[in-house]
Write a protein that binds this ligand. Structure first.
Ligand SMILES: Nc1nc2c(ncn2[C@@H]2O[C@H](COP(=O)(O)OP(=O)(O)OP(=O)(O)O)[C@@H](O)[C@H]2O)c(=O)[nH]1
Length: 527
């Protein structure tokens, strides 16, 4: 019941509406802001990642170019005749190698079939079937497949062609760089992006991670197709940035840049959760800020509504109590000149009209409509009061029962309207005869009753005098429409001292009236 009452309350409805609007507003701004911020931040982070990937790619490329150029220069400078002189070749290589430490894991010369001619001791087993050897045999310098050494280093083989005077490739110079010792990998490991992001160097030809900020990934195979969509695109040649889900299922923003000297590419990646951390902070901020603000606004709305509606609630309560009869029908207080004030004023006007009607109804219930004189009901009440009064003061009251003589003839001769007029005139004359404390009532068609009290002389004498005056007053000609006519009256008189009932007294007066009528009309009789 209370719940239903609350649901019907304007204040509650407004509060619920306010709350709904606040929730919808907050949700809308939350979703919009989140979307905008995510988009902007993703773009901005992708740009940063792209710059970082390009920077690292250039760095790696410089590293490779330095070594490939050195190998190429060395191959170009090697006198072809030394290929047939192992000792001199060894000395020549040792001399050049001492000048540079670019290939600490080995520097070897082979013929074009892959047979070792000579070399400086290599820590890495010589492989002549690799892509670098094939490329060098065909006259191009190249980088091979990185592999790990027994001492857990990353060895990167490279090769350059050795040509004779006619420009034909007659041998291959192979050099093995140490990616770990040269600090390139350290450099990458320092290149951590954020807390969980990092750099990857990938060889698409070899399907291998050449290097990674996460050391455990170095020299491990790349994921198969279908695991990481952006990786698949990069393997197919895409360079740029995008958002993807990696092999571990983590969503990340990645940027891809090429390393031209090797065909490798560099990936700079950052988990979305970390890149978009400000978005989460903003979301928390919105929720934390909005909750108290919305509560405060709702409390203020609630207080204002309660203040605005208080006069209305009070008026409704008073009107309720008036209808239950607990409160008299009195105008409500108009507190403010607002809509509620207007409503209260309208209610008061309605109430005034109701009171007027009530009064008119009460009057109708106690008065005769034709003459305006009290009717039988009001006469009974007055008679009752008068008898009580008389008993208390040991006085007498007089009841004069008047019945017009020959009124039917008047009606029949001059019409009913003339009869009405005559009744009104007679009522007027009777009222003029008595004191204002006395009562003249019309209790039937041509029957009037006169109740007189507080006599200064003996009641009997006063009543008789009054009866005579009534007969005289009524006997005066009545001015009707086109002529005048005189009418008589028979009067029965009864005196009461308070021991009788009103009905008894009236019945006695009525009997007396009949006696008067029988005695010749136009007279009075007392019983
Ligand atoms: N015009 C008019 N006539 C009324 C009204 N009420 C009653 N009458 C008439 O008043 C008459 C009263 O009847 P009676 O008392 O028998 O008539 P009466 O001629 O006075 O007879 P007596 O009393 O024997 O002299 C009837 O003709 C009624 O129709 C009224 O309000 N207006």
């Amino acid at each position: 019941m209370n719940l239903r009452k609350s649901a019907n309350s304007l204040v509650v409805r407004l509060l619920v509406m306010g709350l709904a609007m606040a929730v919808v507003g907050t949700a809308a701004s939350y979703i919009q802001l989140t979307r905008f911020l995510r988009e902007d931040l993703t773009k901005s982070v992708a740009t940063q990642q792209m710059a970082l990937a390009a920077y690292v790619a250039r760095d790696v490329d410089n590293y490779l170019d330095e070594r490939l150029s050195f190998l190429e220069r060395l191959a170009g400078a090697l006198p072809p005749e030394l290929l047939a002189q192992p000792e001199q070749l060894h000395a020549w290589l040792a001399e050049r190698s001492a000048l540079s430490a670019l290939f600490p894991l080995g520097l070897v010369v082979t013929d074009v079939t892959g047979k070792r001619l000579d070399g400086l001791d290599s820590a890495v087993q010589l492989e002549t079937g690799g892509p670098e050897f094939t490329a060098a045999s065909a006259g191009k310098r190249a980088v091979g497949r990185p592999r790990s050494t027994a001492s857990q280093h990353s060895a990167l083989p490279m090769a350059a062609p050795i040509r004779n005077g006619a420009g034909q490739v007659v041998a291959v110079l192979l050099g093995t760089a140490d990616l770990s010792a040269d600090g390139l990998l350290d450099h990458l490991q320092e290149g951590r992006v954020g807390q969980a992001g990092g750099i990857l160097v990938i060889s698409p030809r070899d399907h291998i991670f050449v290097a990674s900020t996460d050391v455990s990934m170095s020299l491990t195979p790349t994921p198969p197709d279908g695991v990481n969509p952006l990786h698949d695109r990069a393997m197919a040649g895409f360079r740029g940035s995008g958002t993807t889900r990696n092999a571990k299922g983590i969503e990340e923003i990645s940027a891809i840049a090429s390393v031209p000297n090797s065909g490798w590419f560099v990936v700079a990646r950052l988990p979305v959760s970390e890149a978009l951390a400000p978005v989460s902070r903003m979301q928390t901020f919105i929720l934390q800020q909005r909750a108290p603000a919305v509560t405060a606004v709702l409390v203020v709305i609630g207080l204002i509504m309660a203040w605005l509606l208080r006069p209305l609630l009070r008026a409704a309560d008073q009107a309720d109590r008036m209808t239950r009869g607990e409160l008299a029908l009195t105008p409500l207080q108009v507190v403010r000149n607002d809509e509620i004030g207007h409503l209260t004023q309208a209610f008061n006007r309605l109430l005034a009209k109701l009171l007027d009607n009530q009064e008119a109804l009460a009057r109708l219930a106690h008065h005769d409509t034709l003459t305006g004189l009290p009717n039988r009901k009001l006469l009974d009440e007055r008679l009752q009061q008068a008898l009580v009064h008389a008993r208390q003061r040991a006085q007498q009251v007089a009841v004069l029962y008047l019945d017009l003589d020959g009124f039917k003839d008047l009606n029949d001769t001059f019409g009913h309207e003339a009869g009405d007029k005559a009744l009104g005139e007679i009522a007027h004359r009777l009222r003029a005869l008595v004191r204002h404390t006395d009562t003249v009532a019309r209790i039937g068609g041509d029957e009037f009753v006169l109740l007189a009290t507080d006599f200064e002389e003996p009641a009997e004498q006063a009543a008789l005098t009054l009866a005579r005056r009534c007969i005289d007053a009524i006997a005066q000609p009545l001015q009707l429409e086109h002529s005048s006519m005189a009418i008589g009256v028979s009067i029965g008189i009864a005196l009461g001292s308070g021991s009788e009932t009103p009905q008894d007294l009236l019945a006695t007066a009525d009997k007396a009236m009949y006696r008067a009528k029988q005695g010749g009309r136009g007279s009075y009789a007392m019983m």
